[in-house]
Design a protein around this ligand. Sequence first.
Ligand SMILES: [Zn+2]
Length: 417
Amino acid sequence: MSIEKKTDRKIYFIDVTNRDGVQTSRLGLAKLQKTMINLYLDEMGIFQSEFGFPVTSHEKNYLNANMELVKKGIIKTIRLGGWTRALVSDVREGFDNVPALKHLNLSISTSDQMIIGKFGGKKTREDILNQTLEAIDAAKACGAETIGVNAEDASRTDEDFLMKFAKAIKKQGASRLRYCDTIGYDDPYSAYKRLNRLATEVGLPLEMHFHNDVGLAAGNSIMGAKGAIDGGVDAYINTTVNGMGERAGNADFASCLLAILKTSGFKDKYKIHQRIKLNKIWKLAKYASYAFDVPIAINQPAVGKNAFAHESGIHVDGALKDKKNYELYDFEELGRGEPEEIETGSQITLGEYSGIKGFRNIYENLEIEFKDEKEARKVLELVRYANIHTQQPLKDNELKFIYKYPDIAAKIMTINP
Ligand SMILES: [Zn+2]
């Protein structure tokens, strides 16, 4: 492969907030909030959102309603991808539940630790491989356009078996291999080496999926991506908004994106597949923080309260002379800098027991007028239901969404146990 071709390879972002992020212990998102996240990610220009679990019955209406948003052109460019186990039965059930699904990731454990520790000696490496190949066939037969295969615990998987696994899934028609560093075992150097070997020997596009158990998720993600691209294949980085995810979380989206755009080894050398609207990061992070009800840490990269704050004498003096002295990137680029209005006087919020007066007042402030009383009552009813789901005062974007797409909103919020 020529050098020129290698440098054509690009980095793509696959957000997994609505899949890995919501698996986080003690935390979760209502289906309406998951939908808002998909809309934000779409607006930002993210390549794909892993938007949920087609086999989980309470996701069904939400997933189908979001596919409807795609069909209607409300979700414009982002791909919505589902996640299932690499089992023929899961794949078929997933497509039965969500017939419009086009993109799917199939997950299976590949390390001996998990093959023995999870399957109790009932499965061999060969069984794992065969099961995966059958699941790929099933996904193709169901109409999947792209199929990612997740090697769970890839970082602890015997390297030769991982190569064999990757070659076999490529031959079977998989679009990508997801290298899952499920427990945060890699470091940036090992991530580079293992991903680079996969890229060079197998030639299949690679997904980076790193967890933050020792605080290296973002570093591993970008070095893994570098390994993939240097080896001649496209790299897809799995991130979550604000690094939400199981245990210590996943790779933080803002950190990974800024690392590629701003650091010495990546800036102008590694390209992102499409223009991501960096200036939406602030809004996205704030919304996710509200929806998860998890505050943004004061020192969080890019979006933390202190990310652009200076106090000590030498730093302040330097920053006042030229902010480039002590800031790697500008807050304006991230959509920060607008003063935020916080109501400190009388306030009306909307919730599950709201009446028509307060409801009308709030929608008037959003400059939304209803055709007639019937329409207002219908939207009010939906707003009440939305609050039952979120258990938080509804945000402007949520209220606008419910008003604009009442039928889709109703479907998203419908769960029949
Ligand atoms: Zn994960």
